[in-house]
Design a protein around this ligand. Structure first.
Ligand SMILES: *[C@@H]1O[C@H](CO)[C@@H](O)[C@H](O)[C@H]1NC(C)=O
Ligand SMILES: *[C@@H]1O[C@H](CO)[C@@H](O)[C@H](O)[C@H]1NC(C)=O
Ligand SMILES: *[C@@H]1O[C@H](CO)[C@@H](O)[C@H](O)[C@H]1NC(C)=O
Length: 251
């Protein structure tokens, strides 16, 4: 029954969208959980615990996407941002989103998050008390993608090309079927008024595939101990991004 309802919702969504753009059938080759080389940042309950409202810091930077065969996706990202003033003290950023995706006949993918569910955790200095926990809502257009067998590792590999054609670091298949949190809105009762959103700005989108080498066991974010509430903390984040005039992107 639930499954039926879900696919009906997806069909409705696809129908509504096909009025404006040509949609293609979902590609079974995309199905699964994909992760960058370090294979430590992986979508699912190991990255985000929605019940306790907690992002769980992986042991290595990287990012991960999961796709289902019926139009749902999830993404997880953890990266370091170099600190030119204090190089020994990089900032860390974690982002998590999930939602629906569409494939167009021209090969592009449009990823549309459930706006109230996305989360971002940003540490701006070595003072972990300064970590900023906010909602995150960023739709993404992947201009194209390709799934191939990696010639070195002999496992399926996914290359995603961003809206501007620039490639993301390659990802390798970790799980199929994918490992994901429930593909429904996790926070349906919360008002969706306040979210960090924005257009790709160029700033902070640098360094594709560039990963800052972190010392072993280095933790950028998780020294933060207090429990956090996205609704409460959003306002601080809104002020920060407003002041800086930029949003932080993982990619
Ligand atoms: C493919 O079509 C979508 C929807 O019309 C559009 O947003 C996207 O830019 C197109 N991609 C390319 C590579 O032209
Ligand atoms: C990645 O990690 C997962 C679980 O930690 C493991 O099952 C999988 O085999 C790993 N994949 C690769 C390509 O190392
Ligand atoms: C989420 O972002 C989209 C555009 O990327 C925007 O249209 C929508 O209003 C945003 N939702 C919320 C709740 O901020």
């Amino acid at each position: 029954m639930l499954l039926l309802l879900r696919s009906a919702a997806v069909a409705g969504l696809a129908l509504a969208a096909s009025a404006s753009a040509q949609l293609a059938a979902f590609d079974t080759a995309l199905i699964g959980t994909w992760s960058t080389k370090s294979n430590k940042t992986i979508t699912g309950p190991g990255f985000y615990d929605p019940v306790n409202e907690r992002l769980i810091e992986p042991s290595h930077t990287g990012f991960s996407y999961s796709f289902t065969g019926d139009g749902f996706y999830e993404e997880a990202c953890y990266r370091a941002i170099a600190n030119p003033i204090t190089p020994s003290c990089p900032s860390g950023i974690m982002q998590w989103q999930h939602g629906t995706y569409q494939k167009f006949v021209n090969g592009s993918l449009l990823l549309t998050p459930f706006a109230v569910d996305g989360r971002q955790l940003l540490s701006t200095s070595c003072n972990y008390k300064d970590s900023i926990y906010t909602r995150y809502n960023q739709s993404e257009l992947m201009k194209s993608y390709e799934v191939l067998t990696d010639p070195y590792h002999n496992i399926p590999r996914l290359n995603l090309y961003q809206f501007d054609g620039k490639p993301l670091a390659p990802m390798y298949l970790v799980y199929s079927p994918p490992e994901m949190l429930p593909t429904s809105t996790l926070n349906p009762t919360q008002t969706a008024g306040a979210t960090a959103t924005g257009k790709p700005s160029g700033k902070f989108r640098r360094g594709l595939g560039e990963e800052i080498a972190l010392p072993l066991n280095h933790k950028l974010l998780s020294k933060r101990k207090e429990t956090i509430n996205a609704d409460r903390w959003w306002w601080i984040g809104a002020g920060m991004t407003g002041l800086g005039g930029v949003l932080y992107f993982c990619f």
